[in-house]
Design a protein around this ligand. Structure first.
Ligand SMILES: *Cc1c(COP(=O)(O)O)cnc(C)c1O
Length: 427
């Protein structure tokens, strides 16, 4: 088994130093890694004149981090009112905001339209719903496509779009374009998200082929002007140390080949490529740093840490693997079998089950890897557990607080103004 490795970007000494100011647990993000990766993405798609990445805000809704991506020309992909508000607060212009929601409330369409965001419709019936809500159909609009069936690459099934709630069927897409064109749409976009967390360089090129082929037919059959094709998210990261990372340059080149094979000959060489990557942009550049507070020897060997699923839900929710490094013991043999657990009164609150790790002692700092996307943002307050702080490890080595930890006061804030609230004294 080849090991690509998983090296933490913080050391034991750094963790100890940081914890003096910001107690564990905390999420910390690596500015240098984020920048290098965003640069590589931009270069990989530099062949396409209109290329733009709209960062999927839901992955890591922190304006300090999104601001780093803006240096590389990224906009944001929002799917809710507060995500739109975040983009607006950051001064994003309409063309920098993609609104890709589903089961969308009327007020969110209205808000997106007010900001001038590009609206990506999830369903045929939303054409009517949008028009009734805002009183017009924008000149530029996008439709989300779901071809159904299975999405396969090289004979292996990657995902099952037929079971996904998103998008228009092929028939609805053609009819939708006709209807939208009649309503005055001048620039069309096509969007699809057909497989998640793909760790292969073949996903985007295969998705691009599906979308480019349908785009040519849509142009020919409806006369629509297709301005952009949105490959959305889905480029994954190697959560496990034996997984080979994606090579974004190979992916960009793969999409270019399909573009030149299908779109250019069809007279569509001006179509802009958009992406809405979340995980790929941030995932590897976040760590959840937590300290060991207990060890328990019963039917299994347990290591109890001060973080829990409220700080990182993926293992509990999907059984997802997150690599763990015991800081200061990077080179020690992994000769102990542990379950690493949080404190929730839920038996699925485990960051690792039957994991071989170096011998762990109380007080050790653990890095839980790849928490930069769908990590903090999926946090919740079950058991009254509070959200941790988010920190940014700057390129110059300094650490910046980019979101403070929640306090009991925050937790109880939604009782504000109610008589029972008077009984709590927080100050
Ligand atoms: C979640 C999501 C993304 C980002 O997905 P990743 O797996 O993080 O790349 C992009 N677009 C839409 C519409 C999404 O819902």
């Amino acid at each position: 088994m080849r090991e690509y490795g998983k090296k933490a970007f913080v050391t034991k000494e750094m963790a100890e130093e940081i914890a003096k100011t910001y107690p564990t647990p905390f999420h910390i993000y690596d500015e240098k890694g984020i920048r290098e990766n965003a640069m590589a993405l931009r270069e990989a798609f530099a062949w396409n004149r209109g290329y733009k990445e709209f960062f999927a805000v839901k992955a890591t809704p922190n304006p300090y981090l999104i601001d780093i991506l803006r240096d590389f020309g990224c906009g944001c992909d929002c799917s809710s009112l507060t995500e739109l508000m975040l983009g607006e607060a950051m001064g994003m212009k309409g063309e920098d905001i993609m609104f890709s929601a589903n089961d969308t409330p009327a007020e969110e369409f209205a808000y997106a339209a007010k900001l001038g965001a590009t609206i990506n419709l999830d369903d045929y019936t939303h054409i009517d719903f949008l028009e009734k809500t805002i009183g017009y159909i924008p000149k530029t609009i996008s439709c989300r496509y779901n071809p159904g069936g299975y999405f396969s690459i090289s004979n292996s099934i990657m995902d099952t779009p037929k079971d996904a709630k998103y998008g228009f069927t092929t028939e609805q897409l053609f009819e939708g374009f006709r209807v939208l064109k009649e309503k005055g749409v001048e620039n069309f976009g096509i969007h699809a998200f057909l497989a998640s967390n793909t760790v292969t360089n073949e996903y985007y090129p295969a998705l691009a082929r599906t979308l480019f082929e349908v785009a040519v037919r849509l142009k020919e059959e409806t006369g629509a002007h297709i301005a952009f094709i949105n490959l959305s998210g889905g480029i994954g990261i190697p959560y496990k140390p034996d997984q080979e990372p994606n090579d974004i340059r190979v992916i960009g080149e793969g999409v270019r080949k399909v573009y030149e094979e299908i779109l250019t000959p069809a007279g569509m060489g001006d179509v802009a490529i958009y992406t809405e990557l979340g995980r790929f942009m941030m995932g590897p550049y976040g760590h959840l740093v937590t300290r060991v507070i207990h060890e328990k020897h019963t039917h299994k060997e347990y290591i109890g840490v001060d973080a829990c699923a409220a700080n990182l839900m993926r293992p509990a929710m999907y059984g997802a693997y997150h690599h763990i490094t015991v800081l200061g013991k990077e080179d020690a043999p992994c000769d102990h079998l542990y379950d690493v657990t949080g404190s929730l009164c839920e038996n699925n609150d485990k960051f690792a089950i039957d994991r071989m790790l170096p011998q762990i002692e109380i007080g050790d700092y653990l890095v839980i890897h790849d928490t930069g996307a769908h990590g903090f943002s999926m946090g919740y307050n079950y058991n009254g557990r509070l959200w941790s702080a988010e920190l940014l490890l700057k390129e110059d080595g300094k650490v910046q607080l980019i979101r403070r930890a929640q306090t009991p006061r925050d937790y109880f804030a939604t009782f504000d103004g109610m008589d029972i609230f008077d009984k709590f004294k927080f100050e």
